[in-house]
Design a protein around this ligand. Sequence first.
Ligand code: SF4
Length: 342
Amino acid sequence: MFYFENIYIEKEIYNHPRTREIVDKFPEAKNIFVDRYMDVFGRARQDGRWQRRHPSLLLAKATGQLIYRGAPVCHNFGSEHFYYASSMKNCLYDCEYCYLKGMYSCGYVVIFVNLEDILEEAHELDQTLSRENSYRGMYLSVSFDTDLMAFDSMTGYARLWAEFAAEHPKVTVEIRTKGAPPITALQQEGRENLPPNLVMAYTISPQPMIDQFEHHTASLKARLTSAGNALKAGATVRLCFDPMIYQQNWKECYARMLDQVKEALPFSQIRDASVGTFRISADYLKRMRQVEPDSAAVQFPFETRKGYAGYPKELEQCMSGFLEKELLEAGLAPEKIYRLSD
Ligand code: SF4
C-alpha cells in the first residue's frame, strides 16, 4: 500500500468531491494548503531522491491547455492525429530508469482532480476534427507522464476513460501500464464488454528485470493475465517490449519472457507490438543518474547520439533485432511491429 507523509492541496479544489475522496484514504497524511501546486512542484533546487523516500502527494486543478499534440519524436502508431492527456505527473511505481526522474526535479506525485475538464476538452477536439472530411480518428494517449493504473484505486480514472472511448468511437484511447488492472476497473456498470477503441498497452519485461528495476509494478505473470482478460473483454491489446534493458544474460531473459508471453496470449489477437532499447535525452540522463546513483540500468556507459543517450549502436540493433525476429517467428506480422530505436 502506498502512503504519503504530506498531501499538498490547492485551496481552490479543497471542496472538490475527488479531493475529499483521496484525502480520506490517507488519514495519517498531514494536509497542507497551497495556492498553486507549482509553488511546491516547481521549486528550485529540489532533492528528488530524498522526496521519493519521503513521498508526498499534490492535489491540483489542471488549467490551460489540457490535451496536447504529440511531439514529432513520439511514435504516433500510424495515426495522423496523435494527442496526449496528462492527468497526473510522476508515478507511484518506481522504475529505476523512469524518464520522469530526468524530466522533473521534484519527486512528489501530482494528481489533477478535474478529470472531467480534460474529458470535455478531448470531446471538443473530437467534435472539431470531425468537421474535417478527411478525419479518420484520433489517437489519445492518456497514461502520459505517469502510469494511470498505479493510481487507479485512488482515482478510478481508467473506467472514466474507458467510458469516454465507448462514447467516442473515433477516438482510440490508449492506457499504457506496467500494472495488471483487473478488468472490473475498466468496465462500466452493467456492461461487461470493453470498447475495441480502448487500447490497453502493457509494458512487457522479463521477470528478473522487473525484480531488479521496476519496483512496485505488477509481475510479468500478472501483466499477462490482465492482458488476456482485456482481450477476452473486447479491448484491444498492444504489447510494449520497450525499453529493453541490457544485462549480461539479456538474451536468455528475453527468450524466456517470450516463451511466457506465447503461452499466455493468442498472438493473432494482439493489435501490435513496439520494440526498443532504453534511450533517453542526454540532459534527462544527467538528473536520473543523481537520483539513481546505484542503478546498473542508469549508470551504464551509454553513447550519446543527436542529444540522446543509448546503448552502442551495435548492441542496440542486436537486442531489438533479436526480439523482432522472435516476434516474427511467433507469428506476429511484420507490419504489426513498431521499432522505436533508430
Ligand atoms: S511505470 Fe512508467 S511512469 Fe511509472 S515509474 Fe515506471 S517508467 Fe515511470
